[in-house]
Design a binder for this molecule. Structure first.
Ligand code: GLC
Length: 688
C-alpha cells in the first residue's frame, strides 16, 4: 500500500507517474515537523537495516552515516563524502517495522541515518514543500517493487549496449580511434562501443565535430560500424558562449538559457570557457535542446553519454569578481602591515582548523585561498540563476537536483521523435529518480583504487531499488593509475554490470585491455561477458518489464537468514545467480557465504568451465586473476553462449545450459533494437 502526503507547495518533479491515494493525518511511522523547514524523525531498533539512496557512498545498509542528496561534481569518492552525482531520495527501513519512504524534493536533503545518534534516523530539508510517499509491504523487496511501479518503467537500452565499451578522455583523432579498434579487433578481444570524449568537439561546443580531426565524420562513423563498432559521443550541459555558433545564437534568441534575476543569460565556465545552461526544466527549451541530438544522429550516431549535468561549474564571473576583491584587500593589508606574518603561513590543515581565518597581525592568505578553492560548484552560484517553468521563475538551488534528470529527459524525449521505433543508448552522470525512465547512469569519476571495486558493487542494488538498472562504474578506475591486476579483478565484476565500460582520465596510465602483458587473460574475461549476455540481457529485460531488480542484496532473497542479511560484498543477479568478486590486491581467492547449496562455476582461461557443488555455509574459494566466478542457486540453470567479438555475432540458438539437471530457464530474447517487448514469442523455456 502506498500513500502520498503533501507538505506545502511541492515542485512537480514528475518522478512519480501513477496516481497515488492521499494519506490521512500523519504517516504511521516517525514524527514530522514542518515549522522550520521539514524534518522527519524515526527511532530505529539496533538491528533495523536501512536500504536505498541509490548512488550514494558507503554500504548496502546505509546505517551509520549522514548522506546529502545534492548533485555534486566531486571526483574524490572517499569515505567521508556525503554527496555524489545523483539524488535518489528513496529509503526502506527494514526491521521491527518495515516501510519505505520517498521524499520527492528537488533541492538538497539530508539523510542522517544514525550519524548524530546511532538510533535516530532524521531526514531534513530547508523548505517544507514536498511530497512524501509512504509504502507498506510485507518485505523490503515487496516495498521496492511497489515503489518501482509508481515511478514507471526503467530505461531499456539497445542490446549492443550489453557489449563491452572502451573509453578514454584523450582520444583526439580518427587515428586514435582506429588504434583502439585495432587494439581490440587485432587482439580478438570482443568490443561493441568506443566512447568519444569531449575532444571530438570543435572547441568543446556541443553538437559540433572538429573538422580538422574528423573530416567527413559520417563516413568515419560508417567505417567503425563496418567493424561492428559504435561511436558513442559525450554531450556536456554547458553551451559555449560564442557569436555565430548556432546553438548559442538560437538559445539566446529564444530565451532558452537559464537567466540571472535581472533577465540576463547566466554565465558559468566549464570546459569550453564561458557557457550558458539550457533551461531543461522549461518544456520548450527542453524540446529545443533535445532536438539538437539529431545533428549527430543524422550522422549515424546511435548513443550518447550526458556529462557535467549537476550542473558542474568551474567558476562564474561573479565568483571571480569576489576573488579579485579579496585579492585587492589582501594586497592592501599586506602593504599596510608589512607582509604575511609567519603565523599566517601555517599548513592548510591549521588554517582550516582556524575556520580559514588565521587571526594574525599580518595579511592572511587563507580566506583568499578558501575563496579560490570554493569557486567550483559553489552554492552561491547555484543561487544566482533561475529556471522558467510554466511562466514562473524558480531559483536554481530550489530545484538543483533535477538538472541532470531533465537534460537526459530532453534527449530521451527527442529520441522518441527522431525514431520512435528504435532504442538509443543513453546514460548520464547526474540524475534524480524519474530519470531512470530515460537513461542509465555511470558512477562518475572514481579512481583506480581497490576500495572502489567494492564501492561499485555496493551501489549496484541500491541504484536498482531507485529504478536505475542500466548502470556501471568506470572499470579500471577513472582517476589515478590502474594496474593489471586491478583491472582484471574489476572487470570480473564488470562482466555482470549492464554497463560494462573501461574509462580513464587524461594523464593517467593507459588502461585499454591490450596495454598489459598476457592480453589473452583480458580476452578471456571479456569473452565470458559475451558468453553470459543471453542470460544477462534476459534478466535485465525481465527486471525492466516487471519493475523488478536485476541486482539484489542477499537479504532480499534470504530474509530469514541472519548471516545473509549482513552480507555486503556479494550480490544476487537475476533469479539464478549469486556473484562474489575478488576486490583485494594479491588475494588468490576470497571467503564467501552461501545461504543455500549452490553450484560454484569458474570460467577458466582455456575456455572450459569448472563446477562444484558447495554446501550452505562459509567457504574459502580460490579464484585466479584470470578466472571469472559465479554461483548458481540450487535447482536453477543459466544459458551460456559461445564467445563472439560483438553482440550481434552471438549465436543464441545453440546455448549450453549450466546448473542443476532438470532445471528450467525462461529465456527472454528480442531483436535488441525495436520496442516490441511484449510479444509472446520473446520468451522460450530452456531445459537442462
Ligand atoms: C568528467 C566526466 C569524465 C570525462 C571528463 C572529460 O570528468 O565525468 O567521464 O572523461 O569529464 O569529459
Amino acid at each position: 500500500m502506498i500513500q502520498k502526503y503533501v507538505y506545502g507547495n511541492p515542485f512537480p518533479t514528475e518522478a512519480v507517474v501513477t496516481e497515488v491515494p492521499a494519506g490521512e493525518g500523519s504517516p504511521a511511522y516517525g514524527q514530522i515537523k514542518t515549522e522550520e523547514g521539514f524534518c522527519f524523525t524515526y527511532i530505529m531498533e539496533a538491528t533495523d537495516i536501512v536500504y536505498g539512496l541509490g548512488e550514494a557512498n558507503r554500504g548496502i545498509n546505509k546505517r551509520g552515516y549522514c548522506y546529502i542528496s545534492d548533485c555534486t561534481d566531486d571526483p574524490v569518492h572517499t569515505e567521508d563524502k556525503r554527496s555524489l552525482y545523483g539524488a535518489h531520495n528513496f529509503i526502506i527501513v527494514s526491521g521491527k517495522e518495515t516501510f519505505g519512504l520517498f521524499f520527492d524534493y528537488p533541492a538538497a536533503i539530508t539523510f542522517d541515518i544514525g550519524y548524530t545518534r546511532m538510533d535516530t534516523l532524521t531526514v531534513s530539508c530547508r523548505d517544507a514543500d514536498l511530497n512524501l510517499f509512504v509504502i507498506e509491504g510485507e518485505s523490503p523487496y515487496d516495498i521496492v517493487k511497489q515503489f518501482r511501479k509508481i515511478i514507471g518503467r526503467s530505461y531499456i537500452p539497445p542490446k549492443y549496449a550489453f557489449g563491452f565499451g572502451q573509453s578514454r578522455w584523450g582520444y583526439k583523432t580518427k587515428e586514435d580511434f582506429r588504434q583502439v579498434a585495432e587494439g581490440y579487433r587485432g587482439n580478438r578481444i570482443p568490443l561493441d562501443m568506443i566512447y568519444v570524449d569531449i575532444d571530438y568537439m570543435q572547441d568543446f561546443k556541443d553538437f559540433t565535430v572538429n573538422e580538422k580531426n574528423f573530416p567527413d565524420f559520417p563516413e568515419f562513423v560508417r567505417e567503425m560500424k563496418d567493424k561492428n563498432l559504435r561511436l558513442i559521443p559525450i554531450i556536456d550541459a554547458g553551451v559555449k558562449v560564442e557569436k555565430g555558433y548556432s546553438v548559442y545564437e538560437e538559445g539566446v534568441k529564444n530565451r532558452y538559457f537559464c537567466q540571472r534575476g535581472d533577465g540576463s543569460d547566466f554565465i558559468a565556465a566549464v570546459w569550453p570557457g564561458d557557457t550558458h545552461f539550457p533551461d531543461v526544466l522549461n518544456a520548450d527549451a527542453r524540446a529545443w535542446f533535445g532536438d539538437k541530438y539529431r545533428i549527430l544522429t543524422d550522422q549515424g550516431i546511435e548513443g550518447f553519454w550526458n556529462d557535467m549535468n549537476e550542473p558542474a561549474i568551474f567558476y562564474t564571473p561573479e565568483g571571480v569578481e569576489e576573488v579579485k576583491g579579496m585579492l585587492k584587500q589582501f594586497l592592501e593589508n599586506e602593504n599596510s602591515t608589512g607582509g604575511i606574518t609567519a603565523g599566517t603561513l601555517a599548513t592548510t590543515d591549521e588554517a582550516d582548523a582556524a575556520g580559514g581565518h588565521a587571526d594574525n597581525a599580518g595579511a592572511s592568505i587563507w580566506p583568499l585561498m578558501g575563496k579560490i578553492n570554493g569557486l567550483a560548484n559553489s552554492k552561491e552560484d547555484y543561487r544566482r540563476f533561475y529556471h522558467v517553468v510554466d511562466g514562473q521563475q524558480i531559483r536554481h538551488d530550489k530545484v538543483h537536483n533535477l538538472f541532470g534528470y531533465n537534460m537526459t529527459r530532453a534527449a530521451g524525449e527527442a529520441f522518441d521523435r527522431i525514431d520512435p521505433r528504435k532504442r538509443f543508448l543513453m546514460f548520464s552522470r547526474s540524475s534524480y529518480i524519474g530519470m531512470h525512465r530515460y537513461g542509465g547512469v555511470w558512477m562518475g569519476d572514481n579512481k583506480s583504487w581497490w576500495s572502489h571495486i567494492l564501492l561499485n558493487l555496493k551501489m549496484l542494488p541500491s541504484m536498482n531499488m531507485c529504478g536505475f538498472l542500466y548502470t556501471g562504474a568506470d572499470l579500471g578506475g577513472f582517476g589515478a593509475d590502474a594496474t593489471r591486476d586491478l583491472l582484471l579483478r574489476w572487470m570480473a565484476l564488470g562482466v555482470f554490470t549492464p554497463l560494462m565500460r573501461n574509462h580513464a582520465a587524461a594523464g593517467t596510465r593507459d588502461q585499454e585491455c591490450y596495454r598489459f602483458e598476457d592480453v589473452k587473460d583480458f580476452r578471456h574475461v571479456v569473452e565470458v561477458r559475451y558468453r553470459l549476455i543471453p542470460y544477462l540481457y534476459s534478466e535485465y529485460m525481465k527486471a525492466a518489464l516487471n519493475d523488478d531488480l536485476y541486482f539484489k542484496p542477499l537479504a532480499f532473497v534470504y530474509p530469514e537468514d541472519s548471516m545473509a542479511v549482513q552480507v555486503e560484498d556479494q550480490l544476487m543477479l537475476g533469479n539464478e545467480v549469486m556473484i562474489a568478486p575478488v576486490y583485494t590486491q594479491n588475494a588468490r581467492g576470497r571467503y564467501v557465504y552461501l545461504p543455500e547449496a549452490m553450484k560454484f562455476i569458474k570460467f577458466l582461461p582455456d575456455g572450459t568451465i569448472a563446477e562444484e557443488v558447495l554446501e550452505r555455509g562459509h567457504h574459502y574459494v580460490e579464484i585466479a586473476l584470470n578466472e571469472v566466478p559465479l554461483f548458481i542457486r540450487s535447482g536453477k540453470c543459466i544459458p551460456v553462449a559461445g564467445a563472439a567479438e560483438y553482440v550481434e555475432a552471438l549465436d543464441t540458438e545453440h546455448l549450453t545450459i549450466l546448473g542443476y539437471p532438470g532445471a528450467e530457464y525462461l529465456l527472454y530474447e528480442d531483436d535488441g533494437i525495436g520496442k516490441e517487448y511484449e510479444k509472446a514469442g520473446n520468451y522460450r523455456t530452456l531445459t537442462m
